[in-house]
Write a protein that binds this ligand. Sequence first.
Ligand code: ADP
Length: 274
Amino acid sequence: MEASTSERPAAAEGGVAPMVRFDRVTKRYGALTVLDDLQLDIAAGEKVAIIGPSGSGKTTVLRMLMTLERIDGGVIWVDGEPMTHMPGPGAAGSGSLVPASQRHLRQVRGKVGMVFQHFNLFPHMSALKNCMEAPVTVLGLSRKEARERGAELLSMVGLGDKLDHFPGQLSGGQQQRVAIARALAMRPKVMLFDEVTSALDPELVGEVLTVIRKLGAEHDLTMIMVTHQMGFAKEFADRVCFFYQGRIAETGAPAELFGNPENERTRQFLSAVL
Ligand code: ADP
């Protein structure tokens, strides 16, 4: 039965509810089922790497968490709050959740920050302004507070001397570090990274991974990363999820999943990419 889709995430054995829960989430584009009854819990502070073949639904998982695009079934919970809800009464499997207000949805969405493959910086704004824009317009910070926060974060990602540079004056790796600082300026609880090194020249990958590594070590952030960097996933993640056709075909600690995969699909994928 579908009853579980309308219940708050239960505390796990250890007594802590998950930071993120996909509860039987289905997403379709026309006839194509991209996420198929997905069940996934991510604990607060957990670092999860999502790997899998192209088209398996990895990016869709992040986009559903970020954009509030309507899902076709199930519920996504963030920090104990439902982000999305089932279609209205009468639809198959509908839950009893009351549709959240726009204001409530904005609050929940504010807990999630995302860094994209192609940086997506505002090209006409300096690095610092890029980091100030949303805290001022969305969170209502004063310009002074936003400037201080932005400068601090840009220093943290190693760009304290580039506050006034525009994206076009920065390397890809530097732009991606600005994008990380910009997402952090919203003080999210969950950070999503979507193939953040794929568009970079090989010599620039390391500086971005170093920043992500540092973030993971120094902050209690929940981090979910879609990546093709198997070496980094192995070293960085607490848990790896291998996606295949919109489902998690296998999940486990990196040492187990990379060292001794149980699923035939995982084995095939790893032998092709490693
Ligand atoms: P991955 O990140 O694993 O490569 P995606 O999550 O990006 O896969 O996409 C999963 C599937 O959904 C792909 O077949 C893709 O073509 C399809 N898809 C993604 N977004 C859309 C969309 N807006 N409209 C139609 N199909 C889409």
